[in-house]
Design a protein around this ligand. Structure first.
Ligand code: 5AD
Ligand code: SF4
Length: 452
């Protein structure tokens, strides 16, 4: 009898990639995926703790599963990810019908924990460090042409709003040869685009040594080496921390033809006072100067960002400074968040938490401003011809893909995922472009996409 698993993922790309590993482990053990909870033998929630509501959502979901578990005692329910790491035994207390709680460091133990749960009852493993770098685990990827490649896990910064250092621990980089071996293997399987992943990619290597040398590997060097991998056409990475964004990275980006013209550059706030209490070490003018340097070195580069509204102590004046920086920076897109206190972080206990209505009002104003800017930038694309890598079908049919600058493009008709298409942009919206193919994909490209 085939055993089935259902996997739900919340949160960031790091979690998406961990989910590929969870799927990889279960697949290696003979499981097949299902979308039907009633037919699943294992249900996994890979959770996120970065913003509010994650907790409520998880317990809501677990509540729904309770009757299912009562009907089918063989069902195994697993809670993985950052919330598992953070709440540990608390999850088994609140939802005793859960079988396995596995933290972010303990992922390699998943199968052993599932087996132990069979005979010994609920299992908990949220230990804080693992010798095995997680990417050594098998991964089951959702699409054939793109892959996430983890280059480091954890974060050495201490931004006062952020739960990540608490749940993912200090930064551990993956040896460069290991990363390269994975990228080469992926390219050999037909992957044309990789996204290098780390909480803070540009401090990559700070915790490593090069055998027989006093030097440490650097992110810029990694970019150059990945750029040499044959078969690969696009390289992305996420996210850099502005204060570690060194000129050698800008040079490598400018010189490596496969590295895409997009950078995600988290601002968080435009007020120096707030940046200080957030423990972000750059200041607004420095940040804006970096943008100029990056844009001068890489013409046409798209810049996206993260901004938090309503950090403790944020005044109307501080918020206006954020609006001003946003106006000057002209981000292609911004991910905007209402501050949410994460228990255990420094900011959670800071005085002057901003009332909810005030946060909402500022948030709405910021979104309106950014939408206007995004649309203006998108409109500049109308009439241009761009290279689109097809990702799949759009929500309303047709084809959806992305430009090198990470802009979503909708195209008519159905084109196989993994195909590169040259498209002329005919209209613009704040979050996507509409294009028409100017040349049909070459037959070689079509047949390549078809076998993937
Ligand atoms: N509240 C709101 N937003 C947060 N982020 C991280 N922690 C919080 C929090 N406590 C945002 C930051 C970060 C992004 C991934 O999530 O902007 O860059
Ligand atoms: Fe969190 Fe700051 Fe580390 Fe990003 S750099 S993961 S925001 S502590």
């Amino acid at each position: 009898m085939e055993r089935r698993y259902l996997l739900r993922t919340f949160g960031c790309q790091m979690n998406e990639h961990d989910s590929e590993r969870i799927a990889g482990l279960l697949t290696a053990d003979g499981y097949v995926p299902t979308e039907d909870a009633a037919r699943a033998d294992v249900i996994v929630f890979n959770t996120c703790a970065i913003r509010e509501n994650a907790d409520n959502r998880l317990y809501g979901n677990l509540g729904h599963l309770r009757p299912l578990k009562e009907r089918n005692p063989n069902l195994r329910i697993v809670v993985a990810g950052c919330l598992a790491q953070k709440d540990g035994a608390g999850i088994l207390e609140r939802a005793p019908w859960v079988d396995v709680v596995v933290g972010t460091h303990a992922l390699p133990e998943l199968l052993a924990l599932l087996r132990a749960a069979q005979t010994e009852g609920p299992q908990l493993d949220v230990h804080e460090y693992t010798e095995v770098f997680p990417s050594a685990l098998p991964a089951r990827r959702e699409v054939a042409h793109h892959a996430w490649v983890s280059i480091s896990v954890g974060c050495d910064n201490a931004c006062t709003f952020c739960i990540v250092p608490l749940v993912r621990g200090p930064q551990r980089s993956r040896p460069m040869e290991d990363v390269l071996a994975e990228v080469r293997a992926l390219a050999g399987q037909g992957v044309v685009e990789v996204t290098l992943l780390g909480q803070n990619v540009n401090t990559y290597g700070r915790d490593l040594t090069v055998p027989g040398s006093p030097r440490r590997p650097r992110f810029a060097e990694l970019l150059r080496r990945v750029n040499e991998v044959e078969g690969l056409r696009r390289i992305r990475f996420t996210s850099p921390h502005p204060h570690d964004f060194t000129p050698d990275v800008i040079r490598a980006m400018a010189e490596c033809e496969k590295v895409c013209e997009h950078i995600h550059f988290p601002l968080q706030s435009g007020s120096d006072r707030i940046l200080r209490t957030m423990r972000r070490s750059y200041r607004r003018e420095r940040y804006l100067a970096w943008l100029e340097e990056i844009r001068a070195a890489i013409p046409g580069i798209a810049i996206t960002t993260d901004i938090i509204v309503g950090f403790p102590g944020e005044t109307e004046e501080d918020f206006r400074e954020t609006l001003e920086v946003v106006e000057r920076a002209r981000f292609d897109q911004a991910f905007m968040f209402q501050y949410s206190p994460r228990p255990g972080t420094r900011a959670a206990t800071m005085p002057h938490q901003v009332p909810k209505e005030v946060v909402q009002d500022r948030f709405d104003r910021l979104v309106a401003l950014q939408e206007r800017i995004s649309l203006e930038i998108m409109r500049e694309h109308v009439g241009r011809t761009v290279e689109v890598l097809v990702e799949g079908t759009g929500r309303k049919g047709g084809t959806q893909g992305r430009t090198r600058t990470n802009k979503v493009v909708h195209l008519p008709g159905e084109i196989p995922p993994g195909t590169f298409v040259r498209a002329r942009i005919v209209s613009a919206h704040p979050h996507h472009l509409v294009g028409e193919p100017v040349s049909a994909p070459t037959s070689a490209e079509r047949s390549l996409a078809a076998v993937r």
